[in-house]
Design a protein around this ligand. Structure first.
Ligand code: SF4
Length: 702
């Protein structure tokens, strides 16, 4: 029987239950799993974030536990036939170790790379980072979270000195007189969150949404600003321009708690609302109404992928943080700035060492003091730790190229579908000497691998996740993995034993790993030293930083000071610039990507759930009826969307919700409907975030 299960299931015994959280998004809705022997049910659970609610993905999550596509034996590619064939664990791990050894001998340690995921538990993310630095001693590790919140993370650090997606509990949304959501669509991506928005509006609060599409969230808004994709930064600067000219900025707050406002004030002085209206298409009156609402009481500004997934994503988020600071919002009750993190452990996954430039506790890998601390916990010489690697897309784009990695280990990610310019990434993966994928389903990336390792899934493992509030949660196992399946921690231990002669540094018990993570994070920005599993269970989670087991955790940041050297938040002047690729005669339309309610990320899991497949069976191309008229397209016509990088084919879905100059496709599908065949691989110079949200395309009937 696994920890967290309330009773064993045997004939005559009561059902086994586990209180845990949904496997999918960063809301990490609380749920109860009940195994009655013949079926596993999801039951509602009262938890502060979801208050008993779940979306369709959560209700159906257990369908994958016994899914016929479940991998239960390692697979090795047979050199003669080119097919993946079942193999023993010994043979599979031996093959991986031998392949790594051969690549290292021929090309050096950095020729082996690791690619992680924002869905891995804290323990797995931590162990993976340690494995790369200690067992492989490669600098080349990064993860798919780079494509999720990295722009907000970078902007948050440079303004506040810390990156915690929401610096306050989610329930604080209800306390805001005005909520401004920029490029965020929680009504579709995390519906239970909208309960807090409903509370806010029942209190008389206002919801204002900035989004190029009339999304499910925008439909609920009191005011919807619908800018041209890629112009959010100009909108933010115009809002601050109006705040300055109308005398709405909080001068006392700016003087007492910030630095750098004067330069920002000079920058936004040039963002005349009428000019911004011409650039973005947002009426001046709507800009004015937005600023006046934000300045008239408590207010929260939230950004998400729509604002962040751009080659200027960091600057765009900075522009909204500048606005929040000028209005005196961060650190005030019911007010502030926050980012809605996307992936299940998008927050914890970016704190403990999967990122190319990072060590556990959100420490920088090029900081000598950080290296010394973590090396001490790991029992290695600081000089033996590799330096920083490169961000995710650059890493994948270098695979198999001269000087680039020749072997890649992938855990919890499917870049063949989720990477920008995915056709090129797929070719890079094909060019490797060794591709190893650990997953519980044969994703599109696993299908290319030389070795596939079947690993446990969420209801079969213990550990912790950190949700979008920075609240550390317990993931509890309902039952052990099926025969033939191992945990990711087992895989790392098995490989470490083969590569280094011992697995002593890679425990397989997640509680032991978490205890080490706490020590490694102690004193860092994301300090988990005081977070224990017992505390999480007692208090419905613990908010980091939490340095002392007997001291308080930190649900709300910034009340008195910001964690910067002088305790002040920093304004950062930013200017609008065009998208990396603009429309032209050959590619006359804007293309943007996003999500649908019934699918999650690259769809490896949700595309296999019957109810979700029925609700969202395939990809589509959304376009405005006026554009469809111009193109002679009718609902359901097969379309080809072509950019400079590739094409996608999917049926037309006509909707007045989108601008007539823009087309949209969800990114959950591979194959011909793969939206990322088209997307632009231009990246933000600070965060490495690719420009998923805008590129230039043409649309034709197939
Ligand atoms: S909102 Fe997110 S965490 Fe909640 S049930 Fe849906 S997918 Fe799961």
């Amino acid at each position: 029987m696994t920890d967290g299960a309330r009773a064993a299931t045997r004939p005559g015994m009561p059902p086994r239950e586990a209180e845990t959280h949904c496997p999918y998004c960063a809301l990490q809705c609380g749920m109860v799993l009940r195994d009655s022997g013949d079926r596993v049910e999801v039951l509602p659970r009262q938890f502060p974030t979801n208050r008993g609610g779940l979306c369709q993905k959560g209700w159906t999550a257990t369908e994958l536990l016994d899914h016929p596509d479940r991998l239960t034996t390692p697979l090795l590619r047979d050199p003669a036939s080119g097919e993946l064939r079942p193999a023993t664990w010994e043979a599979a791990l031996d093959r991986v170790a031998a392949g790594i050894g051969a690549v290292r001998s021929a090309h050096g340690r950095d020729a082996v790379a690791v690619f992680g995921g924002g869905g891995l538990t804290n323990e797995k993310a931590y162990a993976l980072g340690k494995f790369a630095r200690v067992a492989l001693r490669t600098r080349n590790i990064d993860y798919n979270g780079r494509w999720c919140m990295s722009s907000a993370a970078a902007a948050g650090i440079r303004a506040f000195g810390i990156d915690r997606g929401l610096p306050f509990p989610l329930a604080d949304l209800a306390r805001a007189d005005t909520l401004l959501m920029v490029g965020a669509n929680p009504a579709e991506t995390m519906p239970p969150l909208m309960r807090h928005v409903t509370d806010q509006r029942e209190r008389g609060g206002r919801l204002i949404v900035v989004d190029p599409r009339v999304t499910a969230t925008a439909r609920q808004a009191d005011l919807h600003l619908q800018p041209l994709p890629g112009t959010d930064l100009a909108v933010a600067n115009a809002l601050l321009h109006i705040a300055v000219t109308e005398g709405l900025v909080d001068k006392a707050y700016i003087d007492a708690r910030t630095t750098g406002f004067e330069e920002v004030r000079r920058t936004v002085a040039g963002y005349w609302p009428a000019e911004v209206e011409r650039l973005c298409g947002v009426p001046v009156a709507d800009l004015e109404e937005t600023v006046r609402a934000l300045a008239s009481g408590s207010a929260i500004i939230l950004t998400a992928r729509g604002a962040e997934q751009h080659a200027k994503g960091v600057d765009t988020v900075s522009a909204f943080i500048n606005l929040a600071l000028a209005l005196g919002l961060p650190g005030r009750p019911g007010s502030g700035y926050g980012c809605l993190t996307g992936q299940g452990n998008g927050q914890g996954g970016r704190e403990h060492g999967q990122k190319a430039d990072q060590l556990p506790g959100y420490r920088k890998i090029d900081d000598p003091a950080a290296r010394a601390h973590v090396a001490g916990v790991w029992g290695v010489d600081p000089d033996d730790l590799p330096g920083p690697g490169v961000p995710a897309y650059q890493l994948l784009d270098s695979l198999g190229t001269p000087g680039g990695p020749r072997a890649l280990l992938v855990f919890g990610s499917n870049p063949v579908v989720s990477a920008p310019r995915a056709g090129r990434v797929t070719e890079r993966l094909r060019g490797l000497d060794l591709l190893v994928v650990a997953d519980f389903l044969l994703s599109e990336t696993a299908a290319l691998a030389d070795v596939v390792l079947p690993v446990a899934q969420w209801a079969e493992e213990e550990g912790t996740m950190t949700n979008l509030e920075g609240r550390v949660l317990r993931r509890r196992a309902l039952r052990p993995p099926p025969p033939g399946v191992r945990t990711d921690l087992d895989v790392l231990a098995g490989l470490a034993a083969r590569l280094t002669g011992t697995d002593a540094a890679f425990p397989t018990d997640p509680r032991t790993v978490f205890a080490e993570l706490r020590r490694a994070s102690a004193g860092g920005p994301a300090d988990y030293a005081g977070v224990t599993w017992e505390r999480i269970e007692r208090d419905e989670g613990a908010f980091w930083p939490c340095p002392d087991p007997d001291g308080p955790d930190t649900p709300r940041l910034f009340a008195d000071r910001f964690p910067t050297p002088d305790g002040r938040a920093r304004f950062h002047p930013v200017s609008h610039r065009p998208a990396a690729e603009e429309v032209c005669a050959e590619y006359p339309l804007h293309f943007t990507t996003g999500r649908v309610l019934a699918q999650y990320q690259s769809g490896t899991q949700t595309r296999r759930v019957a109810a979700l497949r029925k609700a969202a069976p395939r990809g589509f191309v959304e376009l405005h009826p006026d554009l469809a008229d111009r193109l002679g397209v009718e609902e359901g016509d097969e379309l080809v969307v072509t950019s400079r990088r590739g094409e996608l084919r999917a049926p037309a879905r006509l909707s007045p919700a989108i601008r007539p100059d823009t087309v949209f496709a969800p990114f959950h599908w591979g194959g011909a409907a793969r939206a990322n065949s088209v997307t632009n691989d231009a990246t933000d110079p600070v965060s490495g975030m690719p420009e998923f949200k805008i590129c230039a395309v043409r649309v034709e009937k197939a």
